[in-house]
Design a protein around this ligand. Structure first.
Ligand code: ZN
Length: 270
């Protein structure tokens, strides 16, 4: 399932193909993914020039010179394919640039989404409106977290997954960051000392940066025909390692709540 680093890698892979290019062909090959596509998607994008690409939380943002932003979410299985050799069953949205390069949004499970939002109304766009700061931005700091967690008795893991506190963090990176910071996932958020929150903020940024770096190192492959953006193998220290040895010698444990697994070390996370 694509998390923030996959979306960031996708944007970095799309940028050299799309930025400054005019879209000469726009084809929606079905009417919806998780939600219906905007009915005027094709008209509003055909002939438009892509002015910039960015990301907010797990949403990819493609701005055009018509004041529209194409907002995409990869859902569970979405990925962009650059110059696919052929358009397949799961390529639901296909773009062609004035350089003749073709891109397809592929999503077998169709939990992704595509929306067109006026660029100057993006801050009010519902999924983004109430989001907390970006985890890699300066606004996500220990000072901020001290304030955001004050008085909260919910487990720190649940609080980090709350998009209103910090945007775009998913289960994998929260497990990894708590492990790196040595904080037990069940600890009450409001009862963690400031110096430990300093470590937590550093850990969140470090695990995300290292995953984005891993994704970036695969970007050269995307220049090839049939390049698929956004999925790469990563090394985790806790996530998915139930029963394996932690660096401290204890074994990593797994706990499942609400269908979501938490991987943690009972010895070095407190
Ligand atoms: Zn340990």
């Amino acid at each position: 399932m694509p998390e923030l680093p996959e979306v960031e890698t996708t944007i970095r892979g799309l940028r050299p193909v799309l930025q400054g290019r005019r879209l000469v062909s726009v084809e929606a090959r079905r009417a919806d993914l998780r939600r219906a596509f905007p009915p005027d998607l094709r008209q509003r994008l055909t002939g438009a020039k892509v002015t910039s690409l960015g990301r907010r939380a797990k949403y990819g943002l493609i701005d055009t010179d018509r004041g529209d932003t194409l907002v995409f979410h990869l859902g569970m299985s979405g990925r962009w394919r650059i110059e696919p050799a052929e358009i397949g069953l799961h390529d639901h949205f296909v773009l062609e640039t004035d350089e003749g390069r073709r891109l397809a949004l592929n999503d077998p499970r169709r939990f992704g989404s595509l929306e067109l939002v006026r660029s100057d109304e993006l801050q009010q766009y519902e999924p983004l409106a109430k989001m907390g700061p970006e985890p890699l931005g300066d606004a996500f700091s220990a000072d901020y977290l001290v304030e955001a967690l004050a008085g909260r008795s919910a487990p720190i893991k649940a609080l980090l997954l709350d998009q209103r506190i910090v945007a775009g963090l998913g289960n994998i990176y929260v497990c990894e960051a708590l492990h790196m910071a040595g904080i037990a996932p069940g600890r009450a958020g409001g009862r963690i000392a400031r110096e430990r929150l300093v470590r937590l903020v550093d850990a969140v940024k470090a695990v995300l940066r290292s995953a984005i770096e891993a994704g970036g190192s695969t970007l050269r492959d995307f220049a090839q025909p049939d390049g698929e953006l956004g999925y790469f193998s990563k090394q985790f220290l806790a996530y998915g390692r139930e029963g394996e040895a932690c660096g401290c010698g204890a074994s990593i444990r797994r706990r499942t709540e609400g269908g979501r697994s938490t991987f943690y070390c009972p010895r070095c996370q407190r």
